[in-house]
Design a binder for this molecule. Structure first.
Ligand code: ATP
Ligand code: MG
Length: 290
């Protein structure tokens, strides 16, 4: 079957709700296979033609995203916040690079959150986050986010439990406020296996052009893999709401990860039914003099 026909057959079927964490459901990451390709082709995920068709689909979705983002910018009504969380080497940078390739940089921003500076630590943990939320017509991607304050902070005991355990409710309320004020929030957890992380970290050691990405600190977090999985489960479970949902994306296969994330973003933007602003009344009568 030619590639485009495979694409057409698979396109119609992608139900993003299958990846969405319904509010109030419990999350057990060990039951979600990071190698799987749900809603794409569960049966033949190792198939080369499937991977090729997948890459073609990402390009199609990318064009659609470019148009939707232009519409978002032109209409200037909605604010879109995309949150990406993952273990180290989980593919956050690669996702941003591939999914948002070619979008107009005027309307798209990436905010990356590292360990807080002393000035940031002198404020509440949402202070630095709030400054980066999108304005009207903008799409902002959070590469890490306020969720670090219930992930690394919880696992590495950076603040006492009495403090971080209240943060789930703060986060739900903070995000609900953003939604009520006109922001659409989409949150992704890129779910990779410990083995896949091992291979990706090894590549950072082996390939000179990737050496700069190697951080020996990642190994400390890797040793606490199980605790991190539990912390992610708690965060996702307690903060996936109707208005601010989490999507768990099996992410060992980068091409599938890119399809799934593009599908969620494109379908969410389409559901907003945006429109270009109306032309000024007198435009029809105008011509441009040479
Ligand atoms: P890569 O995956 O390519 O390594 P990265 O997102 O890990 O990219 P780094 O600069 O390597 O970027 O790491 C950022 C570090 O900052 C992470 O270890 C993360 O846990 C830490 N960090 C982020 N937010 C907080 C926070 N609120 N408190 C403590 N540490 C944080
Ligand atoms: Mg890192």
């Amino acid at each position: 079957m030619p590639g485009h026909e495979i694409v057409r057959q698979l396109v119609m079927a992608f139900d993003i709700n299958a990846l969405r964490v319904k509010p109030g459901t419990s999350v057990d990451l060990s039951t979600i296979d990071p190698d799987s390709t749900p809603q794409w082709s569960d049966k033949q995920s190792g198939d080369v033609s499937n991977k090729e068709a997948g890459k073609a689909r990402v390009l199609e979705l990318n064009e659609r995203l470019e148009s939707l983002q232009e519409l978002l910018y032109a209409e200037g009504k909605h604010r879109i916040l995309v949150v990406i969380q993952a273990m180290d080497a989980g593919g956050k940078d690669g996702t941003i690079k591939h999914v948002f390739e070619g979008v107009n940089p005027s309307g798209v921003k990436v905010a990356a959150f590292k360990a807080p500076t002393s000035n940031e630590r002198a404020h509440d943990y949402l202070w630095r986050i709030h400054q980066h939320v999108p304005a009207n017509g903008q799409l902002t991607i959070f590469n890490r986010s306020h969720y670090e304050d219930v992930l690394v902070v919880r696992v590495m005991d950076l603040v006492e439990k009495d403090r971080w355990k209240k943060r789930y409710d703060h986060i739900v309320n903070f995000e609900q406020m953003l939604v009520d004020e006109g922001t659409t929030i989409i949150k992704f957890f890129l779910h990779i296996s410990k083995e896949e992380q091992g291979q990706r970290l090894q590549e950072r050691l082996d390939r000179p052009e990737k050496n700069w990405k190697f951080d020996s600190g990642d190994l400390v977090h890797r040793e606490r893999w199980g605790d991190y999985q539990k912390a992610f489960e708690a965060a996702i479970e307690r903060t996936s709401t109707e208005d601010s949902p989490w999507y768990v994306i099996p992410a060992n296969r980068k091409w599938y990860r890119n399809i799934a994330i593009s599908e969620v973003i494109v379908q969410t933007l389409e559901s907003l039914q945006m429109e270009f602003p109306p032309a000024p009344d007198d435009i029809a009568a105008m011509t441009i003099a040479n």
